[in-house]
Design a protein around this ligand. Sequence first.
Ligand SMILES: NC(=O)C1=CN([C@@H]2O[C@H](COP(=O)(O)OP(=O)(O)OC[C@H]3O[C@@H](n4cnc5c(N)ncnc54)[C@H](OP(=O)(O)O)[C@@H]3O)[C@@H](O)[C@H]2O)C=CC1
Ligand SMILES: O=C(O)CCC(=O)C(=O)O
Length: 419
Amino acid sequence: MTEHSHNHNPFHIAQQQIRTCADILGLEQSAREVLLRPMREFHVNFPVRMDDGSIKVFEGYRVQYNDAKGPTKGGIRFHPDETIDTVRALAAWMTWKCSLLDLPLGGGKGGVVCNPKELSLQEQERISRAYIKAIGQFISPTKDIPAPDVYTNPQIMAWMVDEYSSMVGNNQFGVITGKPLPLGGSPGRSDATARGGMFTLREAARELGIDLSKATMAIQGYGNAGCYAASLAESMFGCKIVAVCDSKGAVGCKDGICIPKLTQHKQDTLSVCHCEGTEDVSSQSLMEMDVDILVLAALEGVLTAKNADRVKAKIIVELANGPTTPEADEILYRKGIHVIPDFLCNAGGVTVSYFEMVQNAYMYYWDEKEVHEKLDTKMTRAYHEVLETSRKFVINMRQAAYVVAVERVVEAMRLRGWI
Ligand SMILES: NC(=O)C1=CN([C@@H]2O[C@H](COP(=O)(O)OP(=O)(O)OC[C@H]3O[C@@H](n4cnc5c(N)ncnc54)[C@H](OP(=O)(O)O)[C@@H]3O)[C@@H](O)[C@H]2O)C=CC1
Ligand SMILES: O=C(O)CCC(=O)C(=O)O
């Protein structure tokens, strides 16, 4: 699936998107140069003792892309194919995401090259602690605030916040978000990425006159974003989920997959394949199925010039970061497919992370209902700002999201005297 590793460098794509936006906005050279480069990046190598007693050196990154609007913020990914350019792209997208949602934050991202599926829990803990030890002096609750991303989770955040707290000598829960609830996590953070995406889907369906209670949906990726998307699409709107895939394969059922059963099966077997009541289908065919809604909730670079023309969905819900290449974007726009672009669609995660930071700072916690309402307000406002901008400039939704987000970052840079 990761075609980008052969043909598409995510950071080159992110830069191409920035250039297109700079052209639309008519930005001067100095602004372009700042926007096109990460402000600061750290490349660390750290030793970890493995369960068999050997020492292995792991490679990690943290990129602080742009902090014009506030401290940098963004997740940490554990993945065997992680590269500095993937992290740079993800950090750039975080910058536009935080700006689009009008959060007082900049963008950052981190990654460790490792395969958690081959590591024991104890090894994962030692890697998490060693990574934080390596980058700890460069992060803080007011400087750079990590969170979970692919193959990291609240337990990993708990080890990391504990390690950072040991380094500085007192509890600093606000340095990391996506924590478990007893350690200052926010109600509503676990499903926030998917829930935020569902709020934007609701608005898109209204605009397009699609009745979601009769809509069919296919979902690529069945982790945090994809699994909650399935259950929320069903419970909030009554959508029928007809196909789902993860890294091991895809399953389908034209009458609708039983989502609680699939989620249990995934937990038990670590795969969606061979779930009772479904039949195995090909992962590639899932992207091209005749469904109303296609949810992309895995990795970047999956919709390209090679397959975009075969997509039949009316709406694409980009919960993943960077799933669509610029060439694919053009094809989808021409076909009239409504793409809810990544850094709008998946911004629910960082928005509730920001709510978590606020709650940590005040040491006063909200209930889940309040989090959901505040998230709905922010996501709905951002969706309509992007939609109006796309109509005003006659550009696609991604370009419109860039226009709204980049204008705000540029304004902050100007006010600060950077450009
Ligand atoms: N978590 C968050 O708060 C946010 C996440 N995102 C983005 O959402 C996307 C998913 O992240 P998240 O759900 O958190 O990560 P998870 O690690 O929880 O889940 C990732 C899912 O993607 C699947 N996957 C990996 N490789 C492939 C592949 N080749 N084909 C099909 N599926 C694959 C995994 O399969 P398997 O289970 O078999 O490994 C897993 O189901 C990422 O792009 C991430 O950056 C964006 C905003 C916030
Ligand atoms: O919650 C956060 O701070 C960031 C989540 C993230 O990594 C993302 O939105 O891609």
